[in-house]
Design a binder for this molecule. Structure first.
Ligand SMILES: Nc1ncnc2c1ncn2[C@@H]1O[C@H](COP(=O)(O)OP(=O)(O)OP(=O)(O)O)[C@@H](O)[C@H]1O
Ligand SMILES: [Mg+2]
Length: 316
């Protein structure tokens, strides 16, 4: 039995043409977009710069008016502002007040949403912890690095405990560790039953977090589907095995030939640069001081290299 998923966002023929000062047609940023986002999924809007991701998100929030078509959120037209209480939004660029610190920022937005003081204080503390800014919560945002700004922006987007969260390039400006942490946070949100729509242009960033993605190019939807389906090369079978003896490998080769399989390659799977980088940094945090040298053996630090030690040895 397949249950029909609950539709949280629906767009029909959603179209946006930006006009210039005199009302002349300028850029067709989004062309007849039809899509549905389901409750509890992480949905990715993927596309190169200028493909219409931000435009789509702003249309969904009711920050822009569509030229044609419409969008429904929670089955209501996007022009209905009361739905915004159930939505969290991280804009592409930070718009937060630079002279407030993290705590003040979240308190401010908490008050805007009229969250009672005790609940607000609790959430502010939790969110600051969650995005990893506890050590910097009393510093003004103008001192924040790009990654820290993304984190406080994400915390702000969650202050009203929204059901639906729209994140416009949540990992832009973040290093691979920061990116991995934000992705983990986004997965936690899905665990809590929330629906997340996020945009990005890095396939590697999107592929392991999104349940489904829409690929936009020049305002047109090019592809829509489950990431696993989109990335599977249907006519290629990959067999992975550890410690297979050479004789068995030869037999496998013969079986495949007997069944008429074509273009057999048996090779070792590669890892992505991102995975490699993450592993290296994590290992280095576990074993400080250990380093990999050109000869490619992992070395421990050599204490004997200091002059005092060399001297004491020569006198003994
Ligand atoms: N206010 C505006 N006035 C005129 N044209 C605009 C405006 N905002 C966006 N555009 C144009 O609409 C198109 C889509 O822009 P949009 O910002 O939605 O792209 P994007 O996918 O978010 O890109 P990026 O990855 O760079 O953020 C682009 O051609 C852009 O130049
Ligand atoms: Mg954008």
């Amino acid at each position: 039995m397949t249950m029909t998923p609950e539709v949280i966002i629906e767009t029909r023929n959603l179209t946006k043409v930006y006009r210039d000062f005199w009302g002349r047609k300028k850029v067709q940023a989004l062309k007849a977009l039809d899509l549905q986002v389901h409750r509890g999924e992480i949905f990715g809007l993927l596309g190169p710069n200028g493909s219409g991701k931000t435009t789509t998100i702003k249309l969904l929030l009711g920050l822009l008016f569509p030229t044609e078509g419409d969008a429904l959120i929670f089955n209501e037209p996007t022009s209905n502002v009361t739905k915004n209480e159930r939505i969290g939004y991280l804009p592409e660029e930070s718009y937060l007040y630079k002279f407030l610190n993290a705590e003040e920022t979240l308190q401010f937005y908490g008050r805007l949403f009229k969250i009672p003081a005790s609940e607000r204080n609790k959430r502010v503390g939790q969110l600051i912890d969650m995005v990893g800014l506890s050590g910097a919560k009393h510093r003004q945002l103008r001192e924040y690095s790009k990654g820290m700004q993304r984190r406080i922006g994400l915390a702000q987007a969650l202050i009203n405990n929204p059901e639906l969260i729209l994140l416009d390039e949540p990992t832009s400006g973040l290093d691979p560790i920061g990116t991995a942490e934000i992705k983990e946070l986004i997965r936690d949100l899905r665990e809590q039953g929330k629906t997340v729509v996020l945009s990005g242009h890095l396939l590697a960033d999107m592929q392991d977090i999104c349940d489904r993605i829409a690929i936009l190019h020049r305002g047109e939807l090019k592809e829509l589907g489950k990431v696993s389906d989109l990335l599977t090369v249907q006519d290629v079978t990959q067999v992975k095995v550890r410690n297979l003896p050479p004789a068995a490998l030869e037999e496998v080769r013969q079986v495949i030939q007997r069944h008429g399989g074509e273009d057999l390659t048996i090779d070792h799977p590669t890892t992505t640069l991102e995975e490699l980088f993450l592993r290296i940094v994590r290992e280095s945090e576990l074993h400080p001081g250990r380093r990999k040298v050109a000869g490619d053996r992992v070395e421990s630090p050599k204490p004997a290299a200091t002059p005092e030690l060399a001297e004491s040895r020569s006198t003994s």
